[in-house]
Design a protein around this ligand. Structure first.
Ligand code: GLA
Length: 633
């Protein structure tokens, strides 16, 4: 288990470095990420490099037995670069230039940015590939964090190249995008623009492709830098830090390119449910590269600076959240950052070593955490028996204007994840294209965009004995966001045992209710009500107007449950209970108390109380103290 954080020695006089290193040793730090925003210090002018300070830092760290995650420094271009090459600056949809003065002010597709970033990384990699302190490489930093999309002329040119590769000729693009609608027919790729601010809604198929392109364009930057590092002879793993379930980047595609997944996690210490959000993102990180540990590259030791009201972590909360990551498969627990900055936008952001120094509670908790993690082996859980489909292309397609109802896809995923999390069941996340045969139960909420191969996998999964849970607004469009002949529900009709004839939006003011056929309370439907024509399915629950709300259908050896709406937590819990029962998955816990998490790991269950009060857990003789972590015995 590694322990450490971002180290920015360039922000401090050199006399401070030995003190840093000795305090790092006191805290049990054995890994620091160096160089993340150091471009202007490494390269003061085009063609001029200053590596002396970095050499001295790496040597100092190495002498102290502290390893380095060497960053490529390309996340914040220097002033000289944007002054000389203003064309690298990104633009928003309305043409506004995003100027320097902050960070991430580059267009992913700008040839000058790509050329100068490559030159920088070549120097860094050639100089340090064999440095004994280096353990790992971190390319750039949080790609697309601030600039989700770029609409510049550079982006336009690169988008055209990407489209040409995808469609080969413009007639295929016109067909895929349905451009006869509103007179949008293109006669050449040259006419295509990024979806810049327009009078009204953009073509949804074009928007979807622009999102695919934008994720791919950033990924090209990553792979280019990674390949330079490898070409320089570095044998270490290469990563870039992800941001949980981050909409603009398709991390399934990215995960295939990184050697190890790493993630930045900032749950709001004030939100009593935020530990569930971090559990979810950690399960996603674990699922991105199944069977491999992942790295918690950044977390805060205490408060952040970027919320409207930044709560400090409660005593013990730092350890609870760090052990959560360990129990969910992290091989390193790292922080942003080692020493709190004296100047700049993040001077209020907490650090391992706060402005208040070693007399602070934060420091004491950091030191205690470092000691407790020392020598711990990473836990790498085997794949679970339950999976939820989280698919970026589907997310992007859902996130379009002009749908029957606007809703949050991630929230739908979380409704089902949370119901399973409350039972202590380990959940893997999978993309729609995954073959889910290894799972007993798969949930695919709001899988609106369903291409034919993914649909074939789901059909085969159920026919082969799997249990599948689907909801309204599933199997609606193809990969171009177009309806197929026959409308919706065409790919999963046999699985559902029903035809989907249409849907209406529903709202809480409609006061709708779903009643189960068996005695029971029922639940509140949300967002959609589908009109179904039942073919082979059995109706398990009905809307209060008598129409089917929940179907069970046998196909081959398996069973599907289809919910013709969305649901609240109560509905999700009851449907999950039915599905687990059908799948033969027995939860170790009946509904865990609020604030308590049970993490099913290779050596047993870790229990964490994420709340500031003692909690009684059924089956345990003593209450769990506030923020207690109980490891498997
Ligand atoms: C992100 C960035 C860091 C820092 C932190 C602050 O994770 O990668 O550079 O800005 O946020 O929380």
């Amino acid at each position: 288990m590694h322990f450490g954080g971002d180290y920015y020695p360039e922000q401090w006089p050199e006399e401070v470095w030995p003190q840093d290193v000795s305090l790092m040793r006191e805290a049990g730090v054995d890994l620091v990420r160096v160089g993340v925003f150091a471009w202007s210090r490494i390269q003061p002018q085009e063609g001029e490099f200053d590596f002396g300070w970095l050499d001295r830092v790496l040597d100092l760290l190495h002498e102290a037995g502290i390893g380095v995650v060497l960053a490529t420094a390309t996340a914040s271009p220097p002033q000289w670069l944007t002054h000389r090459y203003p064309d690298v600056l990104p633009r928003t949809a309305d043409g506004t230039i995003l100027y320097p003065g902050s960070r991430q002010h580059y267009a992913t597709t700008a040839p000058d940015y790509r050329r100068l970033a490559a030159a920088l990384v070549t120097q860094i990699a050639q100089r340090n590939a064999q440095h004994p302190a280096v353990q790992l490489w971190n390319v750039n930093n949080e790609y697309a964090c601030h600039v989700h999309y770029d609409y510049s002329d550079n982006a336009a040119a690169a988008f055209r190249v990407w489209l040409q590769k995808r469609y080969a000729d413009v007639a295929a693009l016109n067909e895929a995008w349905g451009t006869t609608f509103w007179s949008q027919i293109y006669s050449s790729f040259e006419e295509v623009l990024p979806p810049r601010t327009a009078p009204y809604s953009h073509n949804p198929s074009a928007l979807l492709d622009f999102r695919r392109f934008s994720s791919d364009a950033a990924l090209e930057l990553f792979t280019a830098e990674r390949d330079i590092i490898r070409a320089a002879g570095a044998r270490h793993r290469v990563t870039t830090n992800f941001m949980g379930a981050f909409k603009p980047l398709d991390y399934w595609r990215w995960a295939a390119e990184v050697d190890v997944v790493s993630d930045d996690s900032y749950p709001d210490p004030r939100d009593p449910e935020s530990f569930r959000a971090s559990a979810f993102t950690q399960d996603l990180m674990r699922s991105l590269k199944p069977g491999q540990p992942w790295i918690l590259m950044e977390q805060a030791s205490d408060a952040v600076n970027w919320r409207a009201n930044n709560a400090a972590k409660a005593p013990g909360q730092l350890a609870a959240l760090s052990w959560q990551a360990v129990a969910r498969g992290a091989e390193a627990v790292m922080f942003f950052q080692w020493r709190q900055s004296r100047a700049g936008s993040e001077k209020f952001h907490s650090a391992m070593l706060p402005h208040g120094g070693t007399g602070t509670r934060t420091w004491r908790e950091v030191v205690a955490l470092g000691r407790s993690l020392a020598g711990q082996p990473p836990r790498t859980p085997a794949p679970g028996r339950v999976a939820i489909v989280l698919d970026w292309e589907n997310w992007w397609a859902l996130d379009q204007p002009d749908h029957p109802v606007t809703f949050d896809y991630l929230q739908q995923i979380r409704t089902w994840y949370d119901a399973l999390h409350r039972l202590g069941i380990r959940v893997d996340l999978i993309p729609a294209a995954a073959d889910p045969q290894a799972y007993a139960l798969v949930l695919a909420p709001a899988l609106y965009l369903l291409d034919a191969p993914s649909a074939a996998n789901l059909n085969a999964f159920v026919a082969g004995g799997g249990i599948l849970v689907t909801t309204a607004f599933t199997d609606v469009v193809d990969e171009h966001d177009r309806f197929r002949d026959g409308g919706f529900g065409t790919q999963l009709r046999a699985v559902l045992g029903a035809r989907v004839l249409g849907f209406t939006g529903i709202d809480p003011v409609d006061g709708r209710h779903v009643q189960t056929e068996a005695a029971g309370a029922g639940f509140t439907p949300q967002t959609f009500q589908e009109e179904l024509e039942v073919e082979t399915a059995t109706v398990l629950a009905r809307f209060d107007d008598g129409t089917p709300a929940l179907l069970e259908n046998r196909l081959g050896q398996g069973v599907s449950l289809h919910l013709a709406t969305f649901t609240d937590a109560a509905g999700a819990s009851s449907i999950v209970a039915t599905a687990l029962d059908l799948a033969g998955v027995v939860p170790a816990f009946a509904d865990l108390p609020d604030g308590v998490e049970a993490i099913d790991g290779p050596d047993g269950t870790t229990l964490i109380n994420h709340s500031g009060t003692a909690v009684v857990v059924p089956g345990r003789s003593h209450p769990l103290p506030p923020f207690a972590v109980v490891e498997p015995t």
